[in-house]
Design a protein around this ligand. Structure first.
Ligand code: DGL
Length: 286
């Protein structure tokens, strides 16, 4: 099996076969956060179909040991590849990317990309002072994955990292700009104020849904950056370079798999994603 590299030199694992063009792209997260990445993917690649797994029955991943999250990531990737038949997998979750991306890249029979390197590239391009904040779950921040990726991709950038436990739970409840989340943001983001940062990387795919609150607390001089767009461009480059893009004559469809309550997924997902989630299917892990 040929193991390839993306346009930016990162390892993506197996090549994608051109005869797989009409297959969907798999995307997964612990819950609703990956919808921020799916939004960018659907907007950039309207002809592609997507299969999204929101592991809402087991969220949040952030406080769990990384080995446990890695087990979930392997299980979901196997489901997407073996049962759904996707042509590539986007790990739209920083915690799962930090826990398992290297192993998934090495083992999966389709290309696998995460959100960490795209995020680092996006924030390195955005900063003019070279001083950036990075906020994520406890698992992501304590893994050191951002420091390692930044040392490779953009060694001149100085990172100031902070874990934000509790943010994900607010998003999963669909509560994105309440007084309570504002108070929490004031407390969690205070270590980053006064550090002279000009950009803040939202290194958890749930956090773009809190952008208004985070932006209010950090002030207008700090640019908020997410990995979503850069990840979508990376997917586009991989598909184009392997001749595996869906035919431009087609219209893509989305199917959603939730390991939690399907009605909750449909209603909260619609609010966060900005469109009806028609095709939501229950998934039960063995
Ligand atoms: N959205 C995820 C991330 O990017 C996971 C959040 C969680 O489940 O704690 O890290």
């Amino acid at each position: 099996m040929t193991r390839g590299r993306g346009a930016n030199g990162e390892r993506i694992g197996a090549g994608v076969q051109s005869d797989q063009a009409s297959k969907p792209i798999g995307v997964f997260d612990s819950g609703f956060g990956g919808l921020s990445v799916l939004r960018a993917l659907v907007d950039l690649l309207p002809h592609e179909s997507f299969a999204y797994v929101g592991d809402t029955g087991r969220y949040p991943y952030g406080p769990r040991p990384l080995e446990e999250v890695a087990g979930f990531a392997h299980q979901i990737t196997r489901f997407l590849v073996d049962e759904v038949g996707v042509k590539m997998v986007v790990v739209a979750c920083n915690t799962a990317s930090a826990a398992a991306l290297d192993e998934l890249v090495a083992e999966a029979p389709v290309p696998v990309i995460g959100v960490i390197e795209p995020g680092v590239r996006a924030v390195a391009a955005a900063t003019s002072k070279g001083r950036v904040g990075v906020i994520g779950t406890t698992g992501t921040i304590s893994s050191g994955a951002y420091q390692r990726a930044s040392a490779t991709v953009s060694p001149q950038t100085k990172l100031f990292c902070a874990a934000c436990p509790g943010f994900v739970e607010f998003v999963e409840r669909g509560e994105t700009d309440s007084d309570q989340v504002h108070v929490l943001a004031e407390r969690l983001l205070s270590p980053l104020r006064g550090k002279g940062i000009d950009s803040l990387l939202l290194a958890c795919t749930h956090y773009p849904f809190l952008a208004r609150t985070i932006g209010d607390v950090m002030g207008r001089s700090v640019l908020l950056v997410s990995s979503a767009d850069e990840t979508a461009f990376e997917v586009k480059r991989i598909l184009e370079s392997s001749g595996a893009s869906a035919p431009a004559s087609g219209v893509g469809a989305q199917v959603y798999y939730s390991s939690g309550d399907v009605e909750w997924f449909r209603s909260t997902g619609r609010r966060l994603f900005g469109q009806d989630l028609d095709n939501v299917v229950q998934v039960v892990w063995e």
